[in-house]
Design a protein around this ligand. Sequence first.
Ligand code: PGA
Length: 245
Amino acid sequence: MIAGNWKMHLGPAEARTFLEGLSLGDVPAQQELLIFPPSVTLASLVADPSRPARVQVGIQNIHWEDQGAFTGEVSAGMAAEVGATFALIGHSERRHVFGETDEEVSLKVTAAYRHGLVPVVCVGETLEERRAGRVDEVILRQLDAALSAFPAQGRVLLAYEPVWAIGTGETATPQDASAAHATLRRRLTDALGVAKAREVAILYGGSVKPANAAELLDATDVDGVLVGGASLDPESFARIASAGS
Ligand code: PGA
């Protein structure tokens, strides 16, 4: 899975320009592709005739309630109604800029399933936590909160995104990524059993770009990438997507 998180970039007009410039000729047919646009761009991106059918669309954040007096929020049902099929949940900017808690992440996972959205749950430690040797403790606490909301059936993806590597140009080494992914996979195996744990794709995110995508995608236990800045340019997104072959 190659997923692009556009964050607060690319409104509807810019998204149209992105699609016009997107050429997937070199991207292997089995490669899954996904874009998380801003929510005001969602409906037009889904409906845009120049969107290749293989490029799926997700929402960057949902509220856990279906409706109500929550000014500025969007529900999972509303995102599904306009064609989103995935929901990014617990991205580090949600956690650290907007104060989202593990409990809210768990409620959002439940809300995503209620409306047929596949959750992509993000976990990751800060630099301080890494320096204190607390990587496993932090990412397992975040995973456990989300795990409590996983249904017996249903697809889920995880994204390991060390906070210190997001938007900083600092990338985790493939070994760092593999180690964290293995920790997550072990917990998934304990909680869900071997077969179901194996079905959970674990993406790496944090300063992924065309120059480092191949080595990260080749790393053990890395099943894909979640790309921020480098997903805004169609050529760079396509180059990352073709690095997975
Ligand atoms: P970045 O962002 O690739 O710009 O570091 C990744 C993310 O936040 O998903």
